[in-house]
Design a protein around this ligand. Sequence first.
Ligand SMILES: [Cu+2]
Length: 341
Amino acid sequence: MRRRSLLAAAGVLGVTGGAVTVATTTHSEPAKAAEGVTKRITIYAVALPGNQFGYGLTPDTATIPGPILEMYEGDTLEITLVNTTNQRLSIHPHGVDYSTDSDGAPFNASFNAPGETRKYVWRSHEMTATSGRRFLPGSAGYWHYHDHAMGTDHGTAGLIKGLYGALIVRRRGDILPDKQFTVVFNDLQINNKVAPNTPMFEANLGQKVEWIAIGHGNFFHTFHLHAHRWADNRTGYLEGPSDPTHVVDNKDLNPGNSFGFQVVAGEAVGPGAWMYHCHVQSHSDTGMAGIFLVRNADGTMPPGAQEAIDRFNGHQHAAAAKAAASAPASAETHAHGGTGS
Ligand SMILES: [Cu+2]
């Protein structure tokens, strides 16, 4: 089995230019780069209520975070960015290959003026074997994209107002998930929301769930997921019984960072309302928390889950509680609105 996966790994190694052939004793032919495809998509940057902005695949479906963009190593993504707003903005990727005119940075004159449409090209490449049994990394990873031009030359206003999203570059043969969740720790918010208005992510017991975690803003965070753990590598899966990768359930998530992993929903723990949150205590207390609802395999609610969700929706976070204590008359306005009350 492990021999097989070695072969499979050798099969995806790309060879470019003057690179040497892949040196494996089990494979006599040089590995060939898989055929990459060019995907063309249009993304709309849109003003949203509350002085927020979002990216969407149509003008009416912009969200915070924006859509999850995916490609396989070797693919090219041609993005036509339509700026429907009256602000300067752009789209800037992490992890992939691009020329200066697709940089999304104003100092390279790579941005959309208000109302302008502009094309950005993101390329990717496979791992390459080089001499001395060394390998140059491919593009595969859990990356992200964001504005780099609104407000300042760093896109500081665009980032704080919601112009960000996940970018996944897969290696051929990667396990595909049943569900995908993007979690962005942005200043003291999650996906520009605070508890209990943070997203409730749902899956059924046994589904393969892919998390993409991204950090933005001005604070350092730690991402924690209750009752689930993952290998701290590219995929979250161990590659064999002797794989020494550290297994974690908590990981630093700082500005500009991203990571991703898959878990099997409820594996070894069963269904229930599990929490995800920043593990910096003052951050979780002020609303950097949400729910990962693992339903029964048939989609029904497990015992106790609705009560847990109600408690989460009704509970006051520390800052709100403090404000309520000092101004009892307005306590109700400080409590997070519960759904059941
Ligand atoms: Cu935090």
